[in-house]
Design a protein around this ligand. Structure first.
Ligand code: FES
Length: 159
């Protein structure tokens, strides 16, 4: 993500479209691509610039599941909570990740590195329990394995 002020980025994105009000979805997608999510600040600025009520922008952003309204970390860790993984210890894996990262499900660490989420079956039940870090799948996970996996992604244990 660049350090350019959000307002300049939004102006630049709007200028890409000859009729930005008719292409609001594309404008929102481009903002999300640059910012990683749709911040309140970005939506407010966009609402002012395109003269579209903020509530309309929010309804669009919440209607389409590909929009994020919350900041997402560089790495999203998804724990499979499907039946096979659940039986093989996924709840302990999730609890351990919460403790190690100091966040709850759906939250992002304050340094913006990790977002923790849970999902249903990834279709990799034969290697349950399974976690995914961005697109990489890790199978046969035990809570003991987690610190060394997290370290690959820059996590440091708090002493
Ligand atoms: S239940 Fe976890 S991969 Fe199928």
């Amino acid at each position: 993500m660049s350090q350019e002020p959000i307002e300049e980025k939004i102006d630049e994105i709007i200028s890409r479209y000859p009729s930005p009000t008719g292409r609001v979805l594309s404008v929102l997608e481009d903002i999300q691509e640059v910012e990683g999510y749709l911040s309140k600040e970005a939506l407010k600025l966009l609402s002012k610039k395109l003269k579209i009520p903020l509530a309309n922008l929010y309804s669009l952003a919440t209607f389409y599941s590909f929009f994020n309204l919350k900041a997402v970390g560089t790495y999203t860790i998804t724990v499979c909570m499907g039946t096979a993984c659940h039986v093989k210890g996924a709840p302990r894996v999730l609890e351990t990740l919460k403790k190690l990262l100091g966040i709850d499900e759906g939250e992002t660490t304050s340094d913006g590195s990790f977002t923790l989420s849970a999902a249903r079956c990834f279709g990799a039940c034969s290697i349950a329990p399974v976690i995914k870090i961005n697109d990489r799948v890790y199978g046969h996970i035990t809570p003991e394995m987690l610190p060394s996996i997290l370290k690959i992604y820059g996590w440091r244990e708090k002493k």
